[in-house]
Ligand binder design. Structure first.
Ligand code: IDP
Length: 140
């Protein structure tokens, strides 16, 4: 297994309910290290670009509106197999299908307001990290 980095976003439904600390504890207890973190308000253009791969999906407009409905916490997580590990800790996209103990099972409100984003592959992780962070901000 290799040490990897992945982009995580704590979404507006979770920041609104003051769940940042509880979600971070799941990452840290799960063996991931938070090597960068910042709380920001995304612009519409940033959210549209970030989720550009979903532009043709019927939920795209609602997803962008949701992602700019309040602050998000952008993070880089590091650890062994971090991309897959983070997706295990997050749980399935739809909380109805998420395993016990996962972030989405415990905290997600719906398939859209599902509390966290995590990169899905090494190439997207590298792109997503570079989209939000400068190299100097990553302190491993
Ligand atoms: P992921 O976040 O688990 O990787 P994706 O399929 O990449 O899932 O979808 C990105 C985000 O779009 C999801 O996390 C969720 O917020 C939203 N989303 C996905 N599918 C639906 C849907 O069917 N309805 C509404 N929102 C959705």
């Amino acid at each position: 297994m290799a040490v990897e980095r992945t982009l995580s976003i704590i979404k507006p439904d979770a920041t609104r309910r003051n769940l940042t600390g509880k979600i971070n504890a799941k990452f840290e207890d799960g063996g991931l290290r938070i090597i960068a973190q910042k709380r920001v308000q995304l612009s519409k253009a940033q959210a549209e670009q970030f989720y550009g791969v979903h532009r043709e999906r019927p939920f795209f407009g609602d997803l962008v509106s949701f992602m700019i409905s309040g602050p998000v916490v952008l993070q880089v997580l590091e650890g062994e197999n971090a991309i897959a590990r983070n997706r295990e800790i997050m749980g399935a996209t739809n909380p109805a299908n998420a395993a016990e103990g996962t972030i989405r099972k415990e905290f997600a409100e719906s398939i859209e307001a599902n509390s966290v984003h995590g990169s899905d592959a090494p190439e997207t992780a590298a792109q997503e990290i570079a989209f939000f962070f400068a190299g100097i901000e990553l302190v491993g």
